[in-house]
Design a protein around this ligand. Structure first.
Ligand SMILES: *Cc1c(COP(=O)(O)O)cnc(C)c1O
Length: 386
């Protein structure tokens, strides 16, 4: 029997039926004409979605962490200096990853639930000679959103490559890669892009590609080497067959369908839909008296909400009750507060009814746990926003 629970976690998310249909089509050859067309079109559409008309897209089988690794492996040579802005678990992951690739890493770590202040970033860039900066646009462990437009400008001014971990933001939060001067914007298929897990996606600027070409040492990872993949991406865009490693044929067919849906909605409409639905969800949790991990209201993500449990309620009591009401939400991820909060994803194909369903299930769960509130208040608050 189909489990009709609504999946509202920060990835994987609910996928559109057309995407799932494409995924289930008979697998074709990676050099079949219809696959070449689908792959080429998907790569071109990424430029639209990323708002990077001159960017170089890459699609490689792997998860979001591979997309992070592609940036690190190709842009870092041993001894290069990197500045990592960390607002949670995924910023810390970049520290670890870049260190592994031989970078000398400096981390600006925000206090839990806060952003890294602009002045601190500028200070660090003015003092150190960094080759590369990484920033997690939305850190999924805290729901803190960093102001990447200003960071892109700063990086341009100090001639530093900017790498944006957009795994929990691309195709939901506003990102204008080219206009904002961002060098690498990376993500994975299973979050707001809306395609099952398995594809690492990124778009690189010409500056990033030039920095890659200027390397003095070969890339240490064989599989992640852009030198292997660039001719493949170029060939498919030119609608020519090519081979380095077998592409994930079915996932790429699904990606093509998903990206066409995104392009049809239009990026500005998509950004504002996420903003409106997130505001409605937050209005709901706020009237219930729940507090956010992300402290400053201006820096709360539109992709997910991270809320602390009310006093006396924990994951073991609340999450199964929410599930019983038909909605799956996620527990905590940040090691310092893992047991103190939960996360609700509202990205991708999410609709107003999903927001109301999630709030309804949350109310139902809280009521089962003995939390006292006026039934329906969160729904009323959300409806007013919608
Ligand atoms: C999910 C996520 C990742 C890791 O992606 P995987 O597909 O799990 O490897 C990295 N960064 C952010 C911000 C994420 O949300």
């Amino acid at each position: 029997m189909k489990d009709r629970s609504l999946l509202m976690i920060p990835g994987p998310i609910e996928f559109e039926p057309e995407v799932m249909t494409a995924l289930g089509m008979p697998t074709t050859s990676h050099v079949a004409p219809d696959f070449i067309e689908a792959f080429g079109r998907a790569l071109e559409t990424m430029r639209e979605v990323w708002l990077a008309p001159n960017g170089q897209p890459f699609v490689i089988a792997g998860s979001g962490t591979l997309a992070m690794e592609l940036a690190g492996a190709n842009l870092i040579e041993p001894g290069d200096r990197a500045l990592v802005l960390s607002t949670g678990v995924f910023g810390d992951r970049f520290e670890d990853l870049l260190t592994r690739h031989g970078a000398e890493v400096t981390v600006l770590r925000a206090p839990l639930g806060c952003i890294v202040p602009h002045e601190d970033i500028e200070d660090a860039l003015a003092k150190g000679s960094y080759k590369l900066l990484t920033v997690t646009h939305v850190d999924t462990s805290t729901a803190v959103r960093m102001p990447i437009e200003a960071i892109g400008m700063l990086c341009r001014r100090y001639n530093v490559l900017s790498v944006v971990d957009g795994v929990c933001s691309v195709a939901g939060e506003e990102i204008r890669q080219e206009e904002w001067g961002l060098d690498v914007v990376l993500t994975a298929s299973q979050k707001a892009i809306g395609v099952p897990p398995g594809l690492a996606l990124l778009v690189a600027s010409q500056r990033a590609m030039d920095a890659f070409s200027a390397r003095k040492t070969p890339v240490r990872s064989y599989y992640a080497d852009w030198a292997k993949w660039l001719p493949i991406m170029t060939a498919y865009v030119a609608r020519k067959p090519s081979y380095f490693g077998t592409p994930a044929v079915n996932l790429i067919a699904a990606l093509d369908v998903g990206l066409q849906q995104l392009a049809a909605e239009g990026m500005p409409a998509r950004f504002s839909r996420h903003e409106r639905l997130a505001a409605a969800f937050r209005a709901g949790v706020d009237v219930l008296g729940l507090t956010h991990v992300a402290e400053d209201g201006d820096y709360r993500a539109n992709m997910l909400t991270a809320c602390r449990y009310p006093k006396g309620i924990d994951a073991a009591s609340l999450l199964p009750e929410i599930k019983r009401a038909g909605v799956i939400v996620a527990g905590g991820l940040h090691p310092d507060i893992k047991s103190e909060y939960f996360r609700v994803g509202h990205m991708g194909a999410v609709r107003p009814g999903d927001i109301l369903a999630a709030l309804g299930a949350l109310e139902s769960g809280l009521a089962d746990c003995g939390y006292v509130f006026e039934p329906g208040v969160s729904l009323a608050a959300a409806v007013r926003q919608l």
